[in-house]
Design a protein around this ligand. Structure first.
Ligand code: HEC
Ligand code: HEC
Length: 370
């Protein structure tokens, strides 16, 4: 047996012996375990588990996504646009394990950690009684490496099943005025996780970093700083100190906040996983991390490396004061697969994000003319 397989089985054993392992999940409605007629209730004891419920991450009906006692919910300051999906996020640390924070970037998780993100839509916009769960994504730290897994929810919303191939989903929705429309949504395939989550050939979580986590959240009816709340739950190996003293992104869509900080934070959260050194589009030379200070790498008066349709006939990624001639705004607004940014896997532009980035460019001083 190779080391990797051994580690996988070790992880499975850990989950099985945990107090929220699958054993504690067998309830009255899982009596019929015949695999051919009831795949959702067949035995599932090898990693990667075929069913989301086997992970033991949730209590009560799976659809409610109520975290088990050892599962911690969290929110990020600036969301990643995913065609309007609502997201619920959680993590589970192994017993005794803690997160370490160094520098501005990633939080480091211990072996056996599981990060969870569930994607849902209200079929009637704004009516959460019509909510459907589409997919739940996991990142699991196995043998020192993060692995991405996808679970696709069934129509009955009773279970989500392991999916490798990706899927095109059709949703019949109604807008706020009750007008019906169809929306297509792409569940990515497992290889596509790497496009965003891998840099310098290593998979990384993207949300858990101080600036994204250091925000106010509601917990038990109180508004609290999330870093302080997490520290209170004992998730850190070393106390990071009060959240108020740490870096934080502003709310990108709060007009009362500084425009520059809003736009740079937005681009960081939605683009910098690819647009950074070592990222998937690192060799385009466009670096959209909020801490980037080089104006050309930020795209200002940067001649695009892309040619043809990808430029819309314009020259520079950003022309100060002129969003209409800025390739960056042009590509965010496109639905053409050859042009649109982010490259994968959205089908709909993020109009709120586009408006923010255009406003930011409009307010820039200077010109690209020599
Ligand atoms: C288009 C880029 C992109 C793709 C493709 C992508 N992710 Fe992510 N993912 C992100 C970003 C950015 C975040 C952090 C922001 C958030 O939580 O929404 C994230 C967050 C997550 C999280 C929560 C923990 C974390 O890293 O912040 C999980 C779990 C996750 N992704 C799993 C997956 C899996 C599994 C796949 C492949 C099926 C995948 N992702 C594909 C960009 C992507
Ligand atoms: C999933 C990875 C991915 C994400 C996320 C992504 N991009 Fe890109 N981007 C690429 C790749 C690959 C290229 C280079 C090939 C091309 O031009 O199509 C590129 C090129 C570009 C270029 C041309 C840069 C140049 O100077 O040549 C612009 C502008 C751009 N992206 C803007 C954005 C913006 C704005 C976002 C976020 C809203 C974003 N991208 C998110 C993958 C990504």
């Amino acid at each position: 047996m190779n080391a990797r397989l051994a580690a996988l089985l070790g992880l499975a054993a850990l989950a099985l012996t945990g107090c929220h392992g699958p054993g504690s999940e067998s309830t009255a409605d899982t009596v019929d375990t015949a695999p051919d007629t009831a795949p959702d209730t067949a035995p599932d004891d090898t990693y990667p588990y075929q069913r989301l419920s086997t992970w033991g991450l949730f209590e009560g009906p799976l659809v409610d996504q109520q975290p088990a006692a050892d599962v911690v919910p969290y929110e990020v300051a600036i969301r990643l646009w995913s065609d309007g999906a609502d997201k619920d996020r959680f993590f589970r640390l192994p017993p005794g394990g803690g997160i370490t924070i160094d520098g501005v970037d990633d939080w480091t998780f211990p072996e056996g950690s599981v990060l969870v993100k569930t994607f849902s839509f209200d079929l009637a916009e704004g009516d959460d009684a019509t909510r459907v769960r589409l997919e739940t994504r996991l990142l699991v730290l196995v043998n020192g490496a993060w692995e991405g897994l996808i679970y696709r929810w069934n129509d009955e919303q009773t279970e989500a099943n392991y999916l490798v191939a990706g899927e095109r989903v059709e949703m019949a929705r109604t807008d706020a005025d009750g007008v019906a429309y169809d929306q297509e949504y792409l569940v990515p395939n497992q290889n596509q996780c790497e496009t965003c989550h891998r840099r310098d050939d290593v998979m990384h979580p993207l949300g858990p970093m101080t600036r994204q986590m250091n925000r106010v959240v509601d917990r038990d009816g109180q508004s609290v700083n999330q870093v302080d709340w997490l520290a209170g739950r004992g998730v850190f190996a070393l106390d990071p100190g009060p959240g108020a003293a740490l870096d934080a992104f502003v709310d990108a869509f709060d007009p009362a906040q500084d425009l520059e900080a809003r736009a740079r934070g937005y681009l960081h959260a939605n683009c910098s996983h690819c647009h950074r050194v070592g990222g998937y589009s690192g060799n385009s030379g466009l670096y959209l991390q909020a801490e980037e200070t080089d104006r050309e790498h930020m795209g200002i008066c940067k001649v695009s490396a892309a040619a043809g349709a990808g430029t819309g006939g314009y020259t520079y990624d950003i022309v100060p004061g002129d969003p209409d001639h800025s390739i960056l705004a042009y590509r965010m607004d496109s639905v053409d697969p050859e042009i649109k940014m982010p490259e994968l896997p959205n089908l709909l532009p993020d109009y709120e994000g586009i408006e923010l980035v255009r406003e930011w460019i409009s307010n820039m001083d200077g010109t690209c003319d020599p």
